[in-house]
Design a protein around this ligand. Structure first.
Ligand code: ADP
Ligand code: MG
Ligand code: ZN
Length: 620
């Protein structure tokens, strides 16, 4: 960086000049020290030409030729209290003057010098801290360095995230020909937020979008904006946007948005002024520009839940794209991408390797391939063999296990049965929404797997039987665990909470209990199915409270028994489909229904004893 080099050279030059000046002032010419009595004598003998009187010292100059042989021209003596001094000097024609330290020199010594030293240290420290942190780069965006034109990354380099790619296609089309969209007046998203666990390829995907569209890519990390100087981050944001405007169409990519976009005022230190300012500036810039110009802002985060809600409002990062952990097929594709440049031995089967790496993300798989290639190289092999991959997987897996990111086989089995417990009960009950997808690919920290149900139509009202069925489906996961393993894991706690919540509301809010009748004991204060930790005060007696508890317990137990008996009757299907799910990791609703019909679902009524719907009828 040019300006900063100059800067430090000026430091050196400045310091040099200063030193020379100081030398002039500070280092006195050679002089001999004489006792005061001798000095008086010299004055009386008229050997002294002139003196400079200091509060403590008298410096004198001999008259021409009067100095003692071999001695310097100047002498000094320690001043003593002598009221006769001035009179004497006058009497013998000695020029004399007082000495006064000029404020310039004094200031230079006492004030400017330490400051300069401080500056020098400061500059040095910043230089150590890395590029861009220097004083001269105040407010200059580092984005300039990162405005990359030909990244060479395309969608071919990103695998296993087909849904995300599909959603990003529209953005690419727009960036390619912004004019077309402008002419049509179509609505283009301004901000696209890529959400997903670390290492799933969010950064890679953003680069691929730029590569596919052939536009410049401005990338910055959220932590780049958070500087120790107030105002620098905000200036960077301003700079970044103005640069991007000049290069439109282009992409601005903010990686690790959470570092910058944490909800304001909730940090562990109770808020961070600088970060807030930067965030505000980002919001202002995002509001202020017209997406039709062809600038798309992308951001990535693995913690969307901590983002400031203001960032997610319409007109900002309102388009969210999930970049999820890859399933079996996805992992195979990712392995294919990364083994493209690796010489593989004939026996290498990527399908088998994909099956051996559940829970791994793209970055882990890239790591596996790299590790395998290194192992093969170490053994002087001509190509990478299956055994190298197996060893590499074990190594990477061990690393991940330490980080608690892979499930054991036992855990996967439990999760598979648990999710199928939900899915099969949902498919068997007449009032439950059909299953959309069952997955045992872990998501985030809390959910190890999930079963997605799609309501066939939008619902505003729920009947009693629908609520009952919903509870039964929620309890199906735990029921399956109990039936298959004879014991229950902690994985069901969230389900139980939700089921109990529905039951309680049925009794206390909707008047759906036979025993209590149509009385609402609590006002509907919370939206349905939303957990807030708020418990409103009771408006009924202790006795009623007990009855309510019993009623709730009865409802939950009833549903649990229903779930268990459904699963008992479908035990064979459960086992068979669990095997398939463990292998494939994801089952689409249609697939599940097909598998279930092959194995004929045993009909079973709910509390309302309604006939079981045929699976075909349930197509969403
Ligand atoms: P994230 O930003 O989501 O944490 P990155 O994009 O930084 O993940 O991924 C790190 C590396 O892992 C990439 O450079 C790439 O080599 C590899 N990788 C991750 N996901 C994928 C994927 N879906 N397809 C191919 N490679 C991937
Ligand atoms: Mg990243
Ligand atoms: Zn569950």
């Amino acid at each position: 960086m040019k300006p900063r080099t100059h800067f430090s050279i000026w430091y050196v030059v400045g310091a040099f000049i200063l030193m020379s000046l100081l030398q002039l002032y500070l280092i006195p010419p050679p002089q001999a020290e004489v006792p005061y009595s001798r000095f008086k004598q010299l004055v009386q003998e008229e050997k002294v030409k002139e003196v400079v009187i200091d509060p403590n010292l008298i410096m004198g100059t001999y008259r021409e030729g009067e100095q003692p042989p071999g001695a310097p021209k100047y002498f000094k003596t320690v001043r003593v209290d002598d009221p006769e001094l001035v009179k004497d000097l006058q009497a013998h024609g000695v020029q004399f003057s007082g000495h006064y330290e000029s404020p310039w020199v004094k200031g230079l010594l006492g004030w400017v010098l330490p400051l300069l030293i401080l500056f020098a240290i400061w500059g040095f420290v910043f230089k150590k801290m890395g590029p861009g942190a220097g004083v001269m780069t105040f407010g200059k965006s580092r984005a300039k360095l990162y405005a990359q034109e030909n990244l060479g990354v395309t969608f071919n380099d990103v695998a296993g995230v087909d849904e995300a790619k599909e959603e990003l296609k529209e953005i690419i089309d727009f960036l390619k020909v912004p004019q077309r969209f402008q002419a049509l007046g179509g609505k283009i998203p301004k901000g696209v937020l890529l959400v997903g666990p670390p290492g799933t390829g969010k950064t890679l995907l953003a680069k691929a979008v730029a590569g596919e569209a052939g536009v410049p890519f401005f990338s910055m990390s959220g932590s780049d904006f958070v500087e120790m100087f107030v105002g620098v981050g905000a200036a960077r944001v301003r700079d970044l946007f103005s640069q991007a405007h000049q290069k439109a169409p282009c992409i601005i990519f903010i990686d690790e948005l959470d570092a910058l976009g944490k909800a304001r005022g909730v940090g562990p230190t109770g808020g961070h002024e600088e970060r807030e300012q930067t965030l505000n500036q980002l919001l202002v810039e995002m509001d202020g520009f017209d997406p039709k110009k062809g600038v798309i802002i992308m951001a990535a985060t693995n913690r969307p839940e901590i983002l400031d809600p203001a960032l997610l409002r319409p007109g900002r990062f309102d388009r969210h794209i999930l970049v999820d952990r890859p399933d079996l097929k996805g992992r195979e594709e990712i392995l294919r991408v990364h083994t493209k440049k690796v010489k593989l031995a004939p026996g290498v089967d990527l399908k088998i390797l994909a099956a051996r790496t559940p829970g791994m993300v793209g970055a882990d798989l890239a790591n596996v391939v790299n590790e395998a290639a290194l192992l093969a190289a170490r053994k002087n092999k001509q190509s990478v063999e299956m055994t190298d991959f197996e060893e590499a997987i074990d190594r990477v897996m061990a690393g991940l296990e330490k980080k608690n990111r892979v499930m054991s086989d036992k855990e996967r089995e439990i999760v598979a049965y648990h999710e199928l417990g939900h899915a099969i009960t949902a498919e068997s009950l007449p009032h439950a929404d059909p299953v959309h997808k069952v997955s045992i690919v872990p998501r985030g920290i809390a959910a190890l797997g999930y079963t997605q149900q799609l309501p066939t139509e939008e619902r505003f009202l729920l009947t009693r039987s629908e609520l009952i069925d919903r509870m039964t489906v929620l309890l199906g996961g735990r029921a399956a665990e109990e039936i298959v393993f004879g014991e229950i894991s902690t994985g069901a706690s969230n389900d139980l909470e939700k089921a109990s919540d529905i039951a309680r509301r049925m009794v206390t809010e909707y008047g759906m209990s036979d025993r209590q009748g149509p009385i609402a004991f609590e006002k509907a204060k919370r939206p349905l199915f939303l957990e807030t930790g708020y418990t409103p005060p009771k408006e009924y007696s202790e006795e009623t409270a007990k009855e309510i508890d019993e009623e709730v317990r009865g409802l939950v137990h009833g549903c649990y028994e229903t779930a268990k008996s459904i699963l008992h009757k479908n035990r064979k299907a459960l086992d068979r489909i669990a095997k398939i799910l463990l292998q494939k990791e994801v089952l689409e609703g249609e697939e599940l229904r097909r598998l279930l019909t092959q194995q004929e679902i045993k009909a079973l009524g709910t509390g309302d004893s309604k006939p079981v719907r045929e699976p075909e009828v349930k197509k969403a």
